[in-house]
Design a protein around this ligand. Structure first.
Ligand code: MG
Ligand code: ZN
Length: 273
């Protein structure tokens, strides 16, 4: 392990568009989506839209086919594969849903690169309709974070991951306003990579003193790949240097003991009579 956790947002970070909008638009339900959006939370609306598409005769395979041709920059998959090959622990934190994300990642051949997908749960019911539920069940209790939508606080996910690891450094990549809360949870020595001219980047630019992590912006998949691999190399070198200096300290302690023992030995030997 490289001692690095890389956390990716999904929509407009790994893929170039928003998967929810893509499915709704490609299957011709944009007008109803726009009409209902002011009346309910986004996550509930997506479940409602899946009901609508199902009633229009759109199958789960139709949805999967649409997802498989979602736009993605050609350097993003190589970036994911390289980060994984370098020993980083890759995770996803997304406000999309599990069916969309898994369908796309399997299609791209990178599903196995990720150790965790934190998102809104979904399943195909007995009628073949995709059901989408909130990551955080806000009908029973609020997650208490005013920055985040009711169904998911990405910052809470980051805090849980932080509590489960020891010395690993974070690299967080995202674009949206929902990525600001988790960015605030990152500490000194961590890195945040906001997509330039997107809401997360704006929020960071306007609140620079709230961010402890080092900020590295990117605009497209090529810059994402370059920036991510550069940071992985940099952190790995720092980790190696720290390990070497820790090893050097151990060696010098050993030598000291040997010196002390050598000095002490003649004096401590009893003189035989
Ligand atoms: Mg996003
Ligand atoms: Zn939050």
């Amino acid at each position: 392990m490289a001692g690095i956790v890389v956390v990716f947002d999904f929509d407009k970070t790994i893929i170039d568009v928003d998967s929810d909008n893509w499915v709704v638009d490609e299957l011709g339900a944009t007008d109803l989506f726009n009409q209902l959006l002011p009346t309910m939370p986004w996550n509930s609306l997506m479940d409602r839209m899946m009901k609508e598409l199902h009633s229009q005769g759109k199958t789960i395979d139709d949805i999967a086919e649409v997802l498989k041709r979602i736009p993605i920059h050609p350097r993003v998959v190589p970036a994911i594969k390289s980060a994984h090959a370098l020993g980083c622990d890759l995770k996803i934190v997304s406000d999309a849903n599990l069916f969309f994300i898994e369908t796309i990642l399997k299609h791209l051949g990178v599903m196995d690169c990720f150790s965790e997908i934190n998102t809104n749960p979904s399943f195909v019911d007995e009628e073949g309709r995709l059901r989408i539920f909130p990551h955080h069940d806000f009908t029973s209790s609020s997650h208490g974070c005013s920055l985040c939508p009711p169904n998911m606080c990405k910052g809470m996910v980051i805090k849980r991951i932080q509590a489960s690891i020891s010395t690993e450094k974070f690299i967080y990549l995202g674009d949206g306003s929902g990525d600001f809360c988790p960015s605030l949870k990152l500490g000194d020595g961590d890195y945040v990579m906001p997509r330039k001219n997107f809401p997360l980047w704006d929020l960071i630019c306007r609140n620079p003193n709230l961010i402890k992590a080092e900020v590295h912006e990117w605009s497209d998949g090529e810059e994402l790949e370059h920036g991510l691999l550069h940071l992985i190399k940099k952190i790995s070198e720092e980790n190696n240097a720290n390990n070497n200096s820790a090893a050097a300290q151990l060696i010098s302690v050993d030598c000291k003991f040997e010196t002390m023992a050598a000095q002490a030995l003649p004096q401590a030997l009893p003189v035989p009579h």
